[in-house]
Design a protein around this ligand. Sequence first.
Ligand code: FO1
Length: 313
Amino acid sequence: MRITVLAGGIGGARFLRGVRAARPTDDITAIINTGDDVTLHGLRICPDLDSVMYTLADAHDHERGWGRQQESWRIKEELAAYGAEPSWFGLGDLDIATHLVRIRMLDAGYPLSDVTAALCERWQPGVRMLPMTDQRCETHVIVELDGQRKAIHFQEWWILHRASLPAQSFVQVGLEQAVPAPGVIEAITGADVVLIAPSNPVVSIGTILGLPDIRAAIAEGPAPVIGLSPIIGGAPVRGMADSCLPAIGVEVSAEGVGRHYGSRKDGGLLDGWLIHDTDSATVPGVEVRAVPLYMSDDEHSAAMVRSALELAR
Ligand code: FO1
């Protein structure tokens, strides 16, 4: 079976471990958000691609969810000693090697999708990882700062401000001119099932869906589309979806997000919507099922995937 998954970072990575565990011999393609990408200290950093890659290789730090195990921060400390800003971004020594390989290949003219494939040669994630696009389209957050409306980079909003500045809106700079990376549309139109991971519906899934052609490929494609709610009991399991959803006028609930994605029967995205077994939701035109959605380990994640594939059938 050909399974295509739309995913962001930490939640998406855990979910993809579940897809791989549930369907080890199937052809799995992950379309990953690149709106969180940032260039800092001359390095090109792709947080969601790296979180997925490290997590599928079990090389990620289990507490943080991002970055490497046994990480050290000596270069970060040296940069701070030089007063080299920004000092708020967590640049790990081991992680820097990934960014150096990436920026060198990008500077040599390789597209991000080739760079990602090259990095995956080492990590062998066990799924095909595609950046949503090879063009830059970095998420910026419109906030009120020092009495002025300002656009700050998503990473600054999320890490320096801990998403505490109310987001008025999110803008992916360059998204309208970006095109889906090679293989992305085919992975959607050629899939037997499309899964929308329980990632941030605004800055992760929303960014992927904002790319021209992707939304249409999903809505009009032959494969059933099953989404999994990232909101349990009115709050995100982790991350900052509750700080993002109000900016687009969506209720922080499984029902709110399900209705936001909408039914394929009326131009939306979903045929099915999985919510946590303590929640309830009605999404017009979408079949809703309540199952345990905590990805506490690969087996729990795999059970969620099986439920989603069952619903797809
Ligand atoms: N998240 C943090 O909360 N603090 C950090 O210092 C931080 C550094 C970082 C470095 C590399 C990387 O791949 C991810 C990193 N993240 C950090 C996570 C990242 O900001 C988020 O995972 C995504 O951008 C949003 O999910």
